[in-house]
Design a binder for this molecule. Structure first.
Ligand SMILES: Cc1cc2nc3c(=O)[nH]c(=O)nc-3n(C[C@H](O)[C@H](O)[C@H](O)COP(=O)(O)OP(=O)(O)OC[C@H]3O[C@@H](n4cnc5c(N)ncnc54)[C@H](O)[C@@H]3O)c2cc1C
Length: 410
């Protein structure tokens, strides 16, 4: 307060995806009176006005969700107490952390006292030479997920390879989940055209190419390794994708190994938004550095306690998942709240994250099986198995996501 005048506090949130929306909604609830009294404002920016629950892309090839179920207009998800700017007035084109100013495509500038950078990450399809010549992926957009659906319908026989190019990627559990759903679909649902009594699975050689050794934490890796053996899915580990030769239908790893395929479904390499890389904010790995607990920015342009890094664009060593983005958003919201109240309370992110798994689709002859595996710093994932209840809960989650999770109600 200066000579009786109350200074207005300004919170600026970049990205109205999962993490950014949760923070905007939690702060708007907490500070409803201050906002009404014009003592505080929350500005939320995004380059577009539609929120997509990207997790739903994994299910589109099997027609388990519709586009309407996994997308919502951002306006419907965000408290009216938040000032939202979407499109030209919301697309971030530069950040000046020392001067506490963000510029957007229209040229407008926003100042702040607290800044949250929650702009996600994106696929970098040009990072692997030749990949664009045979790119089938459910990781990039709704349209691409539908193309994979159309491709899956054509599978009758041959070598089908699901390849993860490199790490890190958002939701590293999704490719395995997709592979199990594909296997279940070919075994239980898709009938062979020549003989409708027969399913397609026995004529398909299904492989999963994985860039590192372990698939998730030890217990996750154990479970998926056993399931793959049981389901005759070959796992090719430590195969980091260096090149795709579409004319020979051949993959080459960084170590020079070769692998042939008939149908290729790929998860491309990912990176932080280009504007952050171009602005010199990213570390040597191309991601935004932050303290693992406070999530405060600790990067090449300096250390800023009033700048928080949330979600997929964060440090490579923090797993990139929606579950993680949610818990990071809750921790950061409360840290901002406590800082504005000046009560000295700290609410660190404790590494809560997870990877939902599906090992079987629900079909005429099978029960769906799933599990939402979670863990945090110092509390490793416990042994688990996929269950019918896990399948139902995970399917249901996509509906409660919008009204419970994105609104920051837990
Ligand atoms: C295929 C797939 C399956 C997945 N499955 C799961 C799952 O089952 N469980 C799970 O927990 N997680 C899953 N995830 C991961 C989950 O979707 C992400 O971890 C989560 O969305 C990250 O939230 P975020 O807020 O960091 O980024 P996002 O939700 O991606 O939001 C980032 C926002 O920033 C905006 N933005 C980007 N650039 C700019 C700019 N220049 N200016 C303004 N705005 C900008 C974007 O438009 C976007 O709205 C999956 C992801 C994929 C791709």
């Amino acid at each position: 307060m200066i000579r009786g005048i109350i200074m207005k506090e300004r919170v600026l949130i970049l990205g109205a995806g999962y993490g950014g929306s949760v923070i905007a909604n939690v702060l708007a609830r907490e500070f409803r009176n201050r906002i009404a009294n014009d003592e505080l404002e929350i500005n939320l920016l995004d380059k577009n006005d539609i929120n997509t629950n990207q997790g739903g892309y994994t299910f589109i090839p099997f027609e388990l969700y519709t586009p309407e179920e996994i997308t919502k207009p951002r306006k419907k998800l965000i408290s009216p107490r938040v000032k939202t700017f979407f499109g030209e007035d919301g697309e971030v084109t530069s950040l000046d952390l020392p001067d506490q100013e963000v510029t957007v495509r229209s040229g407008k500038k926003y100042g702040y006292d607290y800044l949250v950078i929650a702009m996600g990450c994106r696929a970098d399809i040009d990072a692997v030479p030749g990949l664009v010549d045979d790119l089938n992926t459910f990781y990039t957009s709704m349209d691409d997920a539908f193309k994979v659906r159309d491709l899956v319908k054509t599978i009758r026989n041959g070598k089908v390879v699901v390849a993860v190019a490199s790490m890190p990627i958002p939701c590293p559990g999704a490719p395995m989940k997709f592979t199990f759903m594909l296997e279940s679909y070919l075994r239980n649902i898709k009938k062979c055209e020549e003989n409708v009594e027969k399913n397609c699975r026995e004529d398909v050689e299904l492989s999963m190419v994985w860039p590192i050794e372990l698939i998730g934490p030890a217990e996750y890796n154990n479970l998926v390794t056993d399931e793959c053996k049981r389901k005759d899915i070959k796992i090719i580990r430590n195969f980091q994708l260096a090149r795709v030769d579409a004319s020979k239908k051949e993959l080459t790893s960084v170590n020079g190994e070769k692998l042939n395929y008939d149908i290729l479904i790929t998860v491309p390499p990912h990176k932080a938004p280009q504007v952050l890389i171009d602005g010199g904010l990213a570390d040597e790995n191309g991601w935004l550095s932050a303290d693992k607990a406070t999530l405060q920015y600790r990067g090449p342009v300096g250390n800023f306690d009033n700048v928080y890094v949330v979600g997929d664009l964060g440090p490579a060593e923090i797993l990139k998942t929606g579950i993680g983005a949610h818990y990071q958003a809750i921790a950061v919201s409360h840290d901002i709240i406590n800082s504005i109240y000046g009560n000295g309370i700290k609410t660190p992110y404790m590494g809560e994250t997870g990877c939902p798994l599906v090992t079987e689709l629900e079909s005429a002859g099978t029960e769906g099986k799933g599990y939402i595996a979670t863990w945090k710093y110092g509390v490793p994932l416990a042994p688990f198995t996929t269950t019918k209840m896990g399948w139902y809960f995970y399917r249901m989650y996509y509906h409660i996501h919008w009204d419970i999770s994105v609104k920051g109600l837990f």
